[in-house]
Design a protein around this ligand. Structure first.
Ligand SMILES: Nc1ncnc2c1ncn2[C@@H]1O[C@H](COP(=O)(O)OP(=O)(O)OP(=O)(O)O)[C@@H](O)[C@H]1O
Length: 232
């Protein structure tokens, strides 16, 4: 497994106030969890170097690889808007035809779908294609921004199972951003809970779920997750 990415300081501010001030590791698969407005998207945008220009970033990171578009794959929330609508799926990859076909097979899609335009795929198929495209490069880090929110329950499970499978077969780190603890319990080994741009709790998934330290974490767990298997 690739060594961890150690985010020593990630501070985002406007000229009037601090929005985010975090310190955490991306170790194997890590979930970043918080309610709306807690700073999840801004954190991802900082790592992707896509922060809006009105915001100031102070970022200190210790990473075993350079963080750039060749090493990072990004899966956004909505597969319907994340691909170019007028471009066939096959032309949205950045790799050889042979690798495209291999990646499509890897995510469980028929290679014939390479010839289609995005609007000719279902939501679940499209998100699988987006994941395949993210692996065009030999990525070291996969960032996921609520990747199942726009999908129905069955497609959601397919995508979560696929991610679990990919982690077992390929060597990459994962940062999974969500407000839904339930969706990451089988995928992420670690959880970082954030509130108002600050880490309020972090640790391994099992202990956070079985023994949450703050009422905010308890609320997040209770709102999304019947975690009977962790509550003895
Ligand atoms: N460009 C910006 N300028 C000023 N403030 C911003 C900007 N973008 C986001 N914010 C503020 O920063 C805070 C964190 O926003 P962010 O989008 O990271 O939240 P989030 O946790 O991703 O929320 P959600 O789950 O609703 O997407 C919010 O208070 C938001 O209003």
């Amino acid at each position: 497994m690739t060594q961890k990415v150690d985010i020593k300081r990630l501070q985002i501010s406007t000229d009037k106030k601090n929005l985010v001030d975090l310190c955490f590791d991306i170790d194997e698969a890590t979930a970043l969890i918080g309610q709306s407005g807690s700073g999840k998207s801004l954190t991802l945008k900082s790592i992707l170097n896509l922060l809006p220009s009105n915001l100031k970033l102070d970022f200190e990171v210790d990473s075993p690889f350079e963080l750039n578009s060749n090493t990072i794959g990004f899966i956004p929330q909505n597969p319907f808007t994340s691909l170019s609508p007028m471009t066939k799926i096959k032309n949205q990859f950045f790799c050889s035809d042979e690798k495209k076909e291999h990646l499509m097979q890897f995510v469980g899609l028929d290679k014939k779908l390479l010839e289609r335009f995005p609007n000719q795929l279902s939501g679940g198929q499209l998100q699988r294609a987006v994941i395949a495209i993210a692996f065009s490069n030999d990525i070291k880090l996969l960032l996921l921004d609520e990747p199942t929110t726009a999908l129905d329950e069955k497609s959601k499970q397919t995508i979560l199972n696929l991610l679990h499978d990919l982690q077992k077969k390929l060597n990459f780190l994962t940062l999974f951003v969500t407000h839904d603890i339930n969706s990451i319990k089988n995928i992420c080994k670690n959880i970082v809970i954030i509130k108002d741009g600050k880490v309020i709790e972090k640790g391994d998934t099992k202990s956070i779920l079985s023994n949450p330290k703050t009422s905010y974490t308890k609320e997040l767990i209770n709102s999304t997750f019947e975690n009977k298997e962790f509550r003895k």
